[in-house]
Design a protein. Structure first.
Ligand code: NDP
Ligand code: ZN
Length: 352
């Protein structure tokens, strides 16, 4: 089969590969549409997960099932499905402990384009389809379905980790597609004020639509100082981080009220250490919680978040700013994500 792969750190291209084999509890799917992710950029160009050779890229798609193993109960060839970027081993002890994304090792639930080939191939392999796939909701577009693989569950996971409550003032750092979904999630959870950090005009406009109330730029100086100015020196109740660098945590801690929580989903592709400012962390006693997590993945989350879109409570259509038709556009999409133009949120490629 043909596939678009990471050839080595710094290089991506087309390769020929064996079609994956279906075990008794697996499925083989073919992608119907794929989306390119900022994480693909961290992986290929920053070596974020380490060296990989000829590894098929991609973890965002919707797909059609072409083959299932004899132990698979709920899916059959021909089913159109939502595919989460994270496909845990649901019988692992880590999953039983509530950390499915770390099933059988830290971040090991993230298999596509990390521990095995991803979804930018004519066929791809899914472990435990009963636990990981969900049927494509009736009438949902392929573009919207692709946003369910990663953008919606990851942005929402920032909100879950920050534990946003009714009436909270929330700071969302980074308003690319992940941060935009954090804004939407914080809004759904009842935040009263949502301060966002980001500059690309298309993202700023989309953030307004998702419920952002205040806008600041990391290019205009310290984020925390700007937040303090906006909040009369009080700071915010919660911070969701979906952009920036290792240095962003310092700003988040400074902008946070005592007792507040920081939920990070940003993939830190570079930098050795994160420093925590001692004084603003209450000299170690400020009850400021810092959590960083890969999204949990799995079928239940796909079904619930899919229902949120199907019910009209969440509109993800503004995220797919660039829609292409045909496999040949995958390299172009990757380049677009690398160079993020002012009008880009997400490129989606329909494989018709
Ligand atoms: P984007 O690059 O589209 O968005 C990044 C945002 O951060 C933009 O709004 C950008 O602003 C802003 N930003 C850039 N530099 C800074 C800075 N120094 N300080 C503050 N804000 C800054 O990324 P995505 O939304 O696609 O993804 C966000 C992150 O989430 C990525 O690192 C991605 O790899 C990660 N991710 C994590 C997952 C998980 O499960 N944990 C899954 C999927 C993605 P500007 O408008 O100026 O560009
Ligand atoms: Zn992704």
């Amino acid at each position: 089969m043909k596939a678009f792969a990471m050839l080595k750190i710094g290089e991506a291209g087309w390769i020929e590969k064996e079609r994956p084999v279906c075990g008794p509890q697996d499925a083989i799917c073919k992608p119907l549409a794929v989306a390119i992710c900022t994480s693909d950029i961290h992986t290929v160009y920053e070596g974020g997960v380490g060296e990989r050779f000829n590894m098929v890229l991609g973890h965002e798609c919707c797909a059609e099932v072409v083959e299932v193993g004899e132990l698979v109960k709920d899916f059959k060839p021909g089913d159109k499905v939502l595919v989460p970027a994270i496909t845990p081993d649901w019988n692992s002890l880590e999953a039983q402990a509530g950390y499915s994304m770390h099933s059988n090792g830290m971040l090991a639930g993230w298999k596509f384009s990390n521990h095995k080939d991803g979804v930018f191939g004519e066929y791809f392999h899914v472990n435990d389809p009963d636990g990981n796939l969900a049927l494509l909701p009736e009438g949902m577009s392929y573009e919207d379905a692709c946003m369910l693989s990663d953008m919606v569950p990851t942005g929402f996971h920032a909100v879950e980790q920050a534990d946003v409550q009714f009436g909270d003032t929330v700071l969302v750092i980074g308003i690319g597609p992940v941060g935009l979904m954090a804004v939407a999630g914080a809004n759904l959870r009842g935040a009263s004020r949502i301060i966002v950090v980001g500059t690309r005009s298309v993202c700023v406009e989309a953030a307004k639509g998702y419920g952002a109330t205040d806008f600041i730029s990391y290019k205009d100086g310290s984020i925390s100082e700007q937040v303090m100015k906006l909040t009369d020196g009080k700071g915010v109740d919660r911070v969701c981080i979906a952009g920036g660098t290792v240095a962003t945590f310092e700003e988040a801690v400074k902008a946070l009220k005592p007792g507040g929580k920081i939920g990070n989903v940003n993939y830190l592709g570079k930098g050795e250490f994160i420093t925590i400012p001692r004084v603003e962390w209450g000299a170690g006693m400020g009850h400021k919680v810092i959590s960083g997590g890969l999204m949990p993945g799995g079928r239940l989350r796909m079904e619930k978040l899919g229902a949120l879109i199907a019910s009209g409570k969440l509109d993800v259509s503004p995220l797919s700013t660039h829609v292409f038709h045909g496999w040949e556009h995958i390299p172009e999409g990757l380049e677009m994500m690398r160079n993020k133009a002012d009008n880009l949120i997400k490129p989606v490629i329909i494989l018709d």
